[in-house]
Design a binder for this molecule. Sequence first.
Ligand code: ACO
Length: 211
Amino acid sequence: MPLFGAPWQVELGPMTTAAGQVRLRPIRTRDAAVWSRLRLANQRELQPWEPTGDGSWARRHQPTAWPPMSSTMRSQAREGTLLPLVIEVNGRFAGQLTVGNIVRGQLMNAWVGYWVDSAVTGRGVATVSVALALDHCFGPLGLHRVEATVRPENGPSRAVLAHVGFREEGLLRRYLHVDGQWCDHLLMGMTAEEVPDSVVARLVRAGRAAY
Ligand code: ACO
């Protein structure tokens, strides 16, 4: 639901999972310290799946890296092309979910990407977060299609995408530079027609989350 009238300042949830209460909220400048701490602590889990960056992981994830990054994300959010959200578990920063490359007009398309702190993985946090984001994309944002790209080797992320109902559309060869090399990615897609009700409601019916 939009806060303060700005369409990108959304708060989604809460939903209950085995990890606790999950909600999505806008990024804040004051997230710098916790963002840096979790990104540094999760380097081993995150680096194999994330686009190659300039400079070392340690340097790119200092608290000072957050203000310029979050300010760029917020300006894209104001333009309506990005929705940068923090995943909170029991009120604590536990990851990020971003809806990006939001294109309107005849495409009405966007991608979704996410990461979750390994301290709370394996308990449905990413699954319910993606479900909340999809309902927002197909509902208030009025999008027609959402896509996701995932490395074939990324079992946990493929499970998340399968749980919320993404379809496999094809293999993008050497699609993205990840962790030092060009890597194949599966293209996953979902259109509004495939969600006549709500992705969250489907998860609840499947026993994967509760209101
Ligand atoms: N192979 C297959 N499935 C697995 C494996 C594996 N090796 N390990 C775990 N799983 C399953 C879990 O059992 C679970 O399914 P279940 O609920 O049926 O048991 C599922 O993967 C994970 O579901 P969640 O608990 O909802 O997800 P979680 O909160 O653990 O977060 C995530 C998953 C986001 C992939 C996390 O592990 C992470 O941050 N990884 C590193 C970054 C990353 O890969 N991000 C995604 C990149 S792709 C994209 O953004 C589209």
